[in-house]
Write a protein that binds this ligand. Structure first.
Ligand SMILES: NC(=O)c1ccc[n+]([C@@H]2O[C@H](COP(=O)([O-])OP(=O)(O)OC[C@H]3O[C@@H](n4cnc5c(N)ncnc54)[C@H](OP(=O)(O)O)[C@@H]3O)[C@@H](O)[C@H]2O)c1
Ligand SMILES: [Zn+2]
Length: 337
């Protein structure tokens, strides 16, 4: 089978199509004929070499978000059969640590992610597959796990309700568009930001209520100066954006952080934090039930995941270049031939 693999670290030129032997399922596993695999910033960070991937791991097939049709199942698999339309929750948990037992399961101390979606076939844990109804497009479903499931879990962590206002800095990417669509579906008012007026314009079609153009954190601070305080912030940018967004929160407001797209470290005004009774919480991925809910929302027509563009294996490097160049609104999906 063919795969779009990382053969060198550094950037998009390190993505190449390679030939691999077809996988067979082990106990508890399923082999899925891949319909689509989303490109996430996690994949880009791996490719850029600033995460855990090293030269000795190459060639490496990334791709954590997989949808497709089950080809084969291994021993001990129940409830999943060849021919099933599925999407994978890439969360891998031990099922036995204290956090798994207490829940939610994404707290697992042994937590890891599946990789291997940028291939014609993916061998996955069968119990992490979620059924995709016939009227939900499979390629679109590939956009659901990392971005929509994460955004949904962040909204839960933010403890927001209909009528609240949520600030979404960097709203044009995968997590940002998912957050925008989900807040819209929940009756929450969204304040969405981007450095690009062209990309901001497109956010209105996803239900954004207010659009703020800001080239950087300082410019966003100026835009938010005098703005009505928000109930919550979904922050995947970090860096200098964290303090700016902290200032935008109302008293007792919540900021949920899931990423470090701008910078890993943030300096904050702790006095603003404690005098304002504000909360900053971390969030990573979501639960199987969260992903099932996202598929259900698609089926009900409450959300329609945005696939900015699909790319063939041969063009997978271009998908990474587009993400790196911030030339994207929503999700990018690689589709096998
Ligand atoms: N913890 C988790 O479970 C989890 C899950 C999913 C994602 N994440 C993290 O969340 C982040 C977003 O992921 P994604 O897939 O949505 O990425 P993405 O699609 O590449 O997001 C692009 C967005 O980030 C903004 N952006 C990019 N570089 C920036 C910079 N240097 N300064 C300010 N804004 C910048 C872009 O703004 P413009 O519109 O201005 O270009 C755009 O809105 C990543 O850090 C990812 O690792 C974490
Ligand atoms: Zn565990």
């Amino acid at each position: 089978m063919r795969a779009a693999a990382f053969t060198a670290l550094g950037g998009p030129s390190g993505v190449e199509v390679i030939e691999l032997s077809a996988p067979t399922p082990g106990d508890g596993q399923a082999v899925v004929d891949v319909a689509g695999a989303s490109v996430n910033r996690h994949d880009l960070l791996y490719l850029q070499g600033d995460f855990r991937l090293q030269e000795r791991h190459l060639p490496f097939v990334s791709g954590v978000d997989v949808s497709g049709i089950v080809r084969d199942v291994g021993d001990g698999v129940e409830g999943v059969e060849p021919g099933d339309r599925v999407v994978l929750n890439p969360m891998q948990t031990c099922g036995s640590c204290r956090d798994c037992r207490d829940g939610p399961e994404n707290l697992c101390e042994e937590y890891s992610l599946f990789h291997g979606g940028f291939a014609e076939q993916a061998v996955v844990d069968a119990d992490r597959l979620v059924s995709v109804p016939d009227d939900v497009d499979l390629v679109t479903a590939a956009a659901l796990p990392v971005t929509y499931m994460t955004a949904w879990h962040m909204l839960r962590r933010a403890d927001v309700d209909a009528g609240d206002t949520v600030l979404i800095p960097g709203a044009t990417g995968g997590v940002g568009v998912a957050s925008t669509q989900l807040t819209d579906a929940m009756g929450i008012r969204s304040v969405c930001t981007s450095s690009s007026p062209e990309k901001l314009d497109q956010l209105s079609t996803f239900g954004a209520d207010e659009l703020l153009e800001a080239a950087d954190a300082d410019a966003l601070g100026e835009q938010l100066d005098g703005h009505e305080p928000v109930d919550a912030v979904l922050n995947h940018l970090a860096g200098p954006f964290t303090d700016v967004c902290l200032s935008a929160l109302r008293r007792n407001g919540r900021m949920v952080i899931c990423g470090r797209t701008a910078e890993k470290f943030s300096e904050i005004d702790t006095q603003d934090l404690f005098l304002g009774h504000k909360r900053i919480v971390g969030s990573t991925m979501g639960t199987q039930a969260d992903l099932e809910r996202m598929v259900g929302l698609c089926e009900a027509g409450a959300i329609a995941p945005s696939v900015h563009e699909t790319y063939s294996f041969d063009d997978a490097g271009q998908a990474f270049a587009d993400m790196q160049n911030r030339d994207v609104v929503g999700n990018l999906v690689v589709t096998p031939p």
